[in-house]
Design a protein around this ligand. Sequence first.
Ligand code: HEM
Ligand SMILES: *[C@@H]1O[C@H](CO)[C@@H](O)[C@H](O)[C@H]1NC(C)=O
Length: 348
Amino acid sequence: MTVYRQGLLKSPMAFLKVAFGLLITVSLAHPGLGFGWGFGGAPSYGLFPQFYQFSCPQADDIVMSVLDKAIAKEPRMAASLLRLHFHDCFVQGCDASVLLDDSATIASEKNALPNRNSIRGFEVIDEIKAKLEEACPQTVSCADILAMAARGSTVLSGGPSWELPLGRRDSKIASLSAANNNIPPPNSTLQNLIALFQRQGLDEVDLVALSGGHTIGVARCATFKQRLYNQNGNNLPDETLERSYYYGLKSVCPKSGGDNNISPLDFGSPVKFDNLYFKLILWGKGLLNSDQVLLTGNVGNTMELVKAFAEDGNLFFEQFAKSMIKMGNINPLTGFNGEVRKNCRLVN
Ligand code: HEM
Ligand SMILES: *[C@@H]1O[C@H](CO)[C@@H](O)[C@H](O)[C@H]1NC(C)=O
């Protein structure tokens, strides 16, 4: 059992608990319940890769087949899905709260400032969910679908893979205010970025590695315009912007209007998951303020980390995988908490 590799077994007691969970699981053929609960009913085992081994062994294959088609049709979709998992995990933990639509009881996070007119990929998640409901009714959570879609999108874009802990359940609530307050804005200072990641239990290494997600995808003019025309309230551009890159961006993003025009976050290889993002930052060609300050922000060790990841793509891939697992572990609902939604947009 590779369960042991996940560091779940810290004591002989923990071993007994897992062994017990395994027995229940096999006898009920329902790992979702068997693993999540031990003696005393504390849902303390967290997530583990084999969660759907018996209840829906084909889950990841189904996810990958839908992703394959969606990303072949539109390569950017990989980026959009990777980002969706991030915006889920930073708000109430990785509980698919980001997927809930407005309703009588839900103020959708989709209307939060960092999300509105920005996050996308919901139709692909819906398609994955529909296929999973057909194959394994009410078994695979929307929160796990987001985590699998983020990993699959990374892999299909040429990035690293990782053994993905599963077993998240879906929230029955959303938080518009937490979406507004917890997701870092693109004009964040480095201090601010570090603080917002720290709030989630993520450190500077995670911040820099996960920012490497910007090796794929695009951003709207509205998210980097401040850098071009009025970086510090003095009507001057951000002086850390490399000159020719600055002129190129101005042609995409005029001083007035054009807010929805887009520019690649990594213009050298916008659909390939690689470490060019970090090299661009070294060259003054990071798109967002939050990208460039990782080098220039002058707090902690982020500058050294940018240099290390620019130098060594394997190091970046390894750390990205580790930090994705860490981000994916933020405050999940497990055991009998939450639910497995039938439709990712609605509570059951
Ligand atoms: C460090 C703080 C971060 C900030 C300030 C930030 C900000 C942004 C902004 C402003 C955009 C463009 C949105 C738009 O134009 O509407 C964006 C796009 C994106 N972000 Fe981040 N982000 C951060 C961290 C992350 C992390 C941790 C990930 C994933 C690991 C991520 C993945 C992405 C991806 C893939 C896109 C492109 C999406 C697409 O093309 O649809 N970002 N980000
Ligand atoms: C970031 O942008 C917001 C909205 O435009 C603005 O209110 C805020 O002052 C900016 N923050 C910084 C640090 O420039």
